[in-house]
Design a binder for this molecule. Structure first.
Ligand code: ADP
Ligand code: MG
Length: 213
Protein backbone atom coordinates (compact mmCIF):
# COMPACT_ATOMS: atom_id res chain seq x y z
CA UNK A 1 0.00 0.00 0.00
CA UNK A 2 1.20 3.54 -0.71
CA UNK A 3 0.33 5.94 2.11
CA UNK A 4 1.07 9.67 1.97
CA UNK A 5 1.12 11.96 5.00
CA UNK A 6 0.32 15.42 3.69
CA UNK A 7 -1.77 18.52 3.93
CA UNK A 8 -0.76 22.13 3.66
CA UNK A 9 0.25 22.95 7.19
CA UNK A 10 3.58 22.59 8.95
CA UNK A 11 3.85 21.21 12.43
CA UNK A 12 0.69 19.10 12.34
CA UNK A 13 2.61 15.85 12.83
CA UNK A 14 3.15 14.50 9.31
CA UNK A 15 6.73 13.40 9.96
CA UNK A 16 5.88 11.97 13.38
CA UNK A 17 3.07 9.93 11.85
CA UNK A 18 4.98 8.85 8.72
CA UNK A 19 7.95 7.60 10.74
CA UNK A 20 5.69 5.81 13.24
CA UNK A 21 3.75 4.05 10.48
CA UNK A 22 7.02 2.95 8.85
CA UNK A 23 8.39 1.58 12.12
CA UNK A 24 5.14 -0.14 13.14
CA UNK A 25 4.84 -1.73 9.71
CA UNK A 26 8.44 -2.97 10.00
CA UNK A 27 7.53 -4.49 13.38
CA UNK A 28 4.78 -6.35 11.54
CA UNK A 29 7.50 -7.90 9.38
CA UNK A 30 6.75 -5.84 6.30
CA UNK A 31 9.47 -4.59 4.01
CA UNK A 32 8.88 -0.84 4.16
CA UNK A 33 10.14 2.07 2.11
CA UNK A 34 9.85 5.51 3.69
CA UNK A 35 10.11 8.26 1.08
CA UNK A 36 11.03 11.69 2.38
CA UNK A 37 9.53 14.03 -0.20
CA UNK A 38 9.69 17.07 2.06
CA UNK A 39 12.58 19.44 1.38
CA UNK A 40 13.03 19.82 5.12
CA UNK A 41 14.19 16.20 5.16
CA UNK A 42 13.13 15.54 8.73
CA UNK A 43 12.04 11.96 8.05
CA UNK A 44 15.41 11.28 6.47
CA UNK A 45 17.32 12.84 9.39
CA UNK A 46 15.18 10.85 11.84
CA UNK A 47 15.91 7.64 9.93
CA UNK A 48 19.66 8.35 9.87
CA UNK A 49 19.61 8.91 13.62
CA UNK A 50 17.69 5.66 14.03
CA UNK A 51 20.16 3.72 11.88
CA UNK A 52 23.05 4.93 14.02
CA UNK A 53 21.39 3.81 17.26
CA UNK A 54 23.20 1.16 19.24
CA UNK A 55 19.89 -0.49 20.11
CA UNK A 56 18.67 -3.32 17.93
CA UNK A 57 15.82 -1.52 16.18
CA UNK A 58 13.55 -2.77 13.40
CA UNK A 59 14.73 -1.25 10.15
CA UNK A 60 13.16 0.11 7.02
CA UNK A 61 14.63 1.79 3.97
CA UNK A 62 14.47 5.58 3.72
CA UNK A 63 15.20 7.62 0.61
CA UNK A 64 14.82 11.28 -0.33
CA UNK A 65 13.00 12.19 -3.53
CA UNK A 66 11.79 15.42 -5.03
CA UNK A 67 9.92 16.76 -8.06
CA UNK A 68 8.48 14.36 -10.61
CA UNK A 69 10.94 11.70 -9.42
CA UNK A 70 8.62 11.19 -6.46
CA UNK A 71 6.13 9.66 -8.88
CA UNK A 72 8.49 7.90 -11.27
CA UNK A 73 10.71 6.34 -8.60
CA UNK A 74 7.75 5.17 -6.50
CA UNK A 75 6.24 3.53 -9.58
CA UNK A 76 9.55 1.73 -10.16
CA UNK A 77 9.92 0.68 -6.53
CA UNK A 78 6.38 -0.22 -5.61
CA UNK A 79 6.64 -3.91 -6.40
CA UNK A 80 9.88 -4.23 -4.44
CA UNK A 81 8.32 -3.27 -1.10
CA UNK A 82 5.29 -4.40 0.85
CA UNK A 83 4.39 -0.82 1.73
CA UNK A 84 5.57 2.66 0.87
CA UNK A 85 5.03 5.58 3.23
CA UNK A 86 5.62 9.07 1.84
CA UNK A 87 6.20 12.12 4.01
CA UNK A 88 5.03 14.76 1.54
CA UNK A 89 5.63 17.83 3.68
CA UNK A 90 3.22 20.63 4.49
CA UNK A 91 2.79 22.58 1.31
CA UNK A 92 1.00 22.09 -2.00
CA UNK A 93 4.15 21.24 -3.94
CA UNK A 94 5.05 19.30 -7.07
CA UNK A 95 6.42 16.70 -4.64
CA UNK A 96 3.12 16.29 -2.81
CA UNK A 97 1.06 16.16 -5.99
CA UNK A 98 3.46 13.65 -7.56
CA UNK A 99 3.14 11.47 -4.44
CA UNK A 100 -0.64 11.74 -4.46
CA UNK A 101 -0.81 10.78 -8.12
CA UNK A 102 0.43 7.28 -7.21
CA UNK A 103 -0.92 6.93 -3.66
CA UNK A 104 -3.67 4.70 -2.29
CA UNK A 105 -4.33 6.84 0.75
CA UNK A 106 -3.66 10.40 1.82
CA UNK A 107 -3.77 10.91 5.57
CA UNK A 108 -3.89 14.42 6.94
CA UNK A 109 -3.29 15.24 10.59
CA UNK A 110 -5.19 18.27 11.87
CA UNK A 111 -4.47 20.07 15.11
CA UNK A 112 -7.81 21.08 16.67
CA UNK A 113 -8.24 24.67 17.73
CA UNK A 114 -5.65 25.86 15.24
CA UNK A 115 -5.28 27.52 11.86
CA UNK A 116 -4.94 24.02 10.42
CA UNK A 117 -8.67 23.77 10.04
CA UNK A 118 -8.68 26.82 7.78
CA UNK A 119 -6.76 24.76 5.25
CA UNK A 120 -9.51 22.13 4.97
CA UNK A 121 -11.06 23.60 1.80
CA UNK A 122 -7.71 23.76 0.05
CA UNK A 123 -6.85 20.19 0.98
CA UNK A 124 -10.28 19.06 -0.25
CA UNK A 125 -9.71 20.90 -3.55
CA UNK A 126 -6.30 19.27 -4.05
CA UNK A 127 -7.82 15.83 -3.43
CA UNK A 128 -10.55 16.56 -5.97
CA UNK A 129 -7.99 17.58 -8.60
CA UNK A 130 -5.74 14.60 -8.00
CA UNK A 131 -8.72 12.26 -8.34
CA UNK A 132 -8.96 13.29 -11.99
CA UNK A 133 -5.74 11.35 -12.56
CA UNK A 134 -5.86 8.95 -9.60
CA UNK A 135 -9.56 8.19 -9.09
CA UNK A 136 -8.94 5.61 -6.39
CA UNK A 137 -7.16 7.97 -4.01
CA UNK A 138 -8.72 7.78 -0.56
CA UNK A 139 -8.27 10.63 1.87
CA UNK A 140 -8.62 10.60 5.61
CA UNK A 141 -8.19 13.20 8.30
CA UNK A 142 -7.62 12.66 12.00
CA UNK A 143 -6.84 14.81 15.00
CA UNK A 144 -3.29 15.05 16.25
CA UNK A 145 -1.80 17.05 19.12
CA UNK A 146 -5.28 17.27 20.59
CA UNK A 147 -6.19 18.04 24.19
CA UNK A 148 -7.40 14.99 26.03
CA UNK A 149 -10.61 16.75 27.05
CA UNK A 150 -12.77 19.67 25.98
CA UNK A 151 -15.09 20.68 23.17
CA UNK A 152 -12.40 21.51 20.64
CA UNK A 153 -12.05 17.95 19.43
CA UNK A 154 -15.72 17.49 18.63
CA UNK A 155 -15.89 20.92 16.99
CA UNK A 156 -12.90 20.07 14.82
CA UNK A 157 -14.42 16.70 13.92
CA UNK A 158 -17.63 18.37 12.89
CA UNK A 159 -15.83 20.83 10.61
CA UNK A 160 -13.90 18.03 8.94
CA UNK A 161 -16.97 15.83 8.51
CA UNK A 162 -18.58 18.60 6.44
CA UNK A 163 -16.03 17.94 3.69
CA UNK A 164 -17.40 15.32 1.35
CA UNK A 165 -14.17 14.07 -0.10
CA UNK A 166 -12.18 13.85 3.14
CA UNK A 167 -13.26 11.07 5.47
CA UNK A 168 -12.41 11.01 9.11
CA UNK A 169 -10.67 8.33 11.14
CA UNK A 170 -12.23 7.99 14.53
CA UNK A 171 -8.81 8.44 16.10
CA UNK A 172 -7.55 11.19 18.36
CA UNK A 173 -3.85 11.42 19.06
CA UNK A 174 -3.31 13.75 21.98
CA UNK A 175 -0.50 16.15 22.61
CA UNK A 176 1.96 13.91 24.45
CA UNK A 177 5.57 14.55 25.29
CA UNK A 178 6.32 10.92 24.48
CA UNK A 179 6.25 11.69 20.74
CA UNK A 180 8.96 14.34 20.88
CA UNK A 181 11.04 12.35 23.36
CA UNK A 182 10.95 9.21 21.23
CA UNK A 183 11.82 11.21 18.09
CA UNK A 184 14.94 12.61 19.73
CA UNK A 185 16.19 9.01 20.07
CA UNK A 186 15.20 7.93 16.55
CA UNK A 187 12.49 5.72 18.01
CA UNK A 188 8.75 5.20 18.02
CA UNK A 189 6.84 5.71 21.27
CA UNK A 190 6.71 1.96 21.98
CA UNK A 191 10.48 1.56 21.64
CA UNK A 192 11.65 3.85 24.44
CA UNK A 193 12.22 3.13 28.11
CA UNK A 194 9.32 4.10 30.37
CA UNK A 195 7.01 4.15 27.35
CA UNK A 196 3.74 6.10 27.58
CA UNK A 197 0.91 3.55 27.17
CA UNK A 198 -1.60 6.20 26.07
CA UNK A 199 0.65 7.45 23.27
CA UNK A 200 1.19 3.84 22.19
CA UNK A 201 -2.49 3.01 22.11
CA UNK A 202 -3.41 6.20 20.21
CA UNK A 203 -0.83 5.70 17.48
CA UNK A 204 -1.76 2.02 17.31
CA UNK A 205 -5.39 2.96 16.71
CA UNK A 206 -4.31 5.09 13.77
CA UNK A 207 -2.11 2.29 12.45
CA UNK A 208 -5.02 -0.16 12.54
CA UNK A 209 -7.26 2.27 10.69
CA UNK A 210 -4.71 2.81 7.94
CA UNK A 211 -3.67 -0.80 7.36
CA UNK A 212 -6.55 -3.04 8.48
CA UNK A 213 -9.50 -1.77 6.61
N1 ADP B 1 0.82 13.94 19.18
C1 ADP B 1 1.87 14.73 19.46
N2 ADP B 1 2.11 15.10 20.74
C2 ADP B 1 3.15 15.90 21.05
N3 ADP B 1 4.00 16.39 20.16
C3 ADP B 1 3.82 16.07 18.85
C4 ADP B 1 2.75 15.22 18.44
N4 ADP B 1 2.83 15.08 17.09
C5 ADP B 1 3.90 15.81 16.70
N5 ADP B 1 4.49 16.40 17.75
C6 ADP B 1 5.64 17.31 17.76
O1 ADP B 1 5.30 18.47 17.03
C7 ADP B 1 6.38 18.92 16.24
C8 ADP B 1 5.97 18.91 14.78
O2 ADP B 1 5.71 17.55 14.40
P1 ADP B 1 6.17 17.02 12.97
O3 ADP B 1 5.82 15.58 12.92
O4 ADP B 1 7.58 17.40 12.69
O5 ADP B 1 5.18 17.86 12.04
P2 ADP B 1 5.22 18.14 10.48
O6 ADP B 1 6.04 17.07 9.84
O7 ADP B 1 3.78 18.10 10.07
O8 ADP B 1 5.80 19.50 10.29
C9 ADP B 1 7.55 17.99 16.54
O9 ADP B 1 8.33 18.58 17.53
C10 ADP B 1 6.87 16.72 17.06
O10 ADP B 1 7.68 16.01 17.97
MG1 MG C 1 7.72 17.21 8.65
Amino acid sequence: MIVVTGGIKGGSGKTTIATHLAIMRAHDNKDVLLVDADDQETSFDFSSLRSSSEDDLRSYTCIKLSGQAVRSEILKLKNKYDDIIVDAGGRDTVNQRAALSVADILIVPFVPRSFDLWTLDTVAAIVEEIRQINPNLKSYAFLNRADSRGYDNSEAKELISEKENIKMYDVIICNRKAFGNAASEGKAVHEVKNADPKAISEIHALYKNVFNH
